[in-house]
Design a protein around this ligand. Sequence first.
Ligand SMILES: NC(=O)c1ccc[n+]([C@@H]2O[C@H](COP(=O)([O-])OP(=O)(O)OC[C@H]3O[C@@H](n4cnc5c(N)ncnc54)[C@H](OP(=O)(O)O)[C@@H]3O)[C@@H](O)[C@H]2O)c1
Length: 338
Amino acid sequence: MSIRHKLQGKLGFGTAPLGNMFRDIPQAEALATVDAAWEQGIRYFDTAPLYGAGLAELRLGEALAKRKREDYVLSTKVGRLILDEIEDPAARDMGEKGGVFEHGLPNKILNDYSADATLRSIEDSLKRLKTDYLDIVYVHDVAQDFYGDQWLAQFEIARTGAFRVLDRLRDEGVIKGWGLGVNRVEALELALDLKEARPDTMLLAGRYTLLDHERALQRLLPAAQQRGVDIVVGGPYSSGILAGGTHFEYQKASPEIIARVERIKAIAQKHGISVKAAALQFALAHPAVAAVIPGASRPERIAEDHAALNQQIPSAFWHEMREQKLVAADAPLPTDKE
Ligand SMILES: NC(=O)c1ccc[n+]([C@@H]2O[C@H](COP(=O)([O-])OP(=O)(O)OC[C@H]3O[C@@H](n4cnc5c(N)ncnc54)[C@H](OP(=O)(O)O)[C@@H]3O)[C@@H](O)[C@H]2O)c1
């Protein structure tokens, strides 16, 4: 069953930055960012144990404790257990994401997609989040960027472990939906074709953005739409570069990426709009996309996101983006609805 209606508006909030992504964020600033999201009307929050080794969940739980639970939708993830044991966050193997959470908590992170670990992970998340239920659970990062050549082996562990547990929990009404939360399209393509334990909501990060959307566009999004599977777009700013930051895919952006963003920026300036607005509205223009969840660690970003969502973008901007091949010829654009 589609949970699209439960996402309560197209703009959600992604809490990866609250796990001290890239910098040591003061607690008060992190909590104020969640409050700002709430005040702007955001009612869908995504988090994960991985984000700062429990830190983002703890902060989100604290910030939302004063709200009525039935008033918001909450997703978190399974596949990583946060242990009491301590490790050096800077020395963790984070695949292509390098030291993205080196300012997070120093608790050891254990990758485990088995059935038992899934149940334990949910229990741990409920405690950190100070809640007694989750709405959506994503299986986190079973993909090439974290496991290289071993990703299919991890996927298989998840298929016979986490996927079956989550499917059962949804059937029992314990959770409302489940899927995968990944930065790669291939894992979602595989999951969509499963015959048993079928996901209903997928979080695709960084692969339906202005800078990278070809592959998702060709097969994943049409197939998801056909099967009634909702897509939530994470990382709509490619981790910052499309919003005025310096990161692309959680690393310092390369000169090629900076040059491409400059081309987009020039067209945006010509038409009097922000790249941020184009980034958010591009993701939402695809009918398979149920919500977009930009992340932030500063309260002032939230009003900016909200304004970006509502900014009027002239069709001439999109036509020029198409003409300059900065968006795929067949990507649905906001202007196609006019
Ligand atoms: N595998 C997965 O399931 C997966 C992977 C990636 C993401 N996600 C989800 O998607 C959410 C969004 O992705 P994301 O947070 O990684 O990246 P994002 O939304 O693409 O970008 C967030 C970054 O943009 C920066 N930013 C925003 N406005 C800015 C401005 N005006 N100037 C400079 N920088 C600006 C923010 O900086 P500040 O921190 O300074 O505000 C933040 O670091 C995540 O939080 C997570 O919930 C899931």
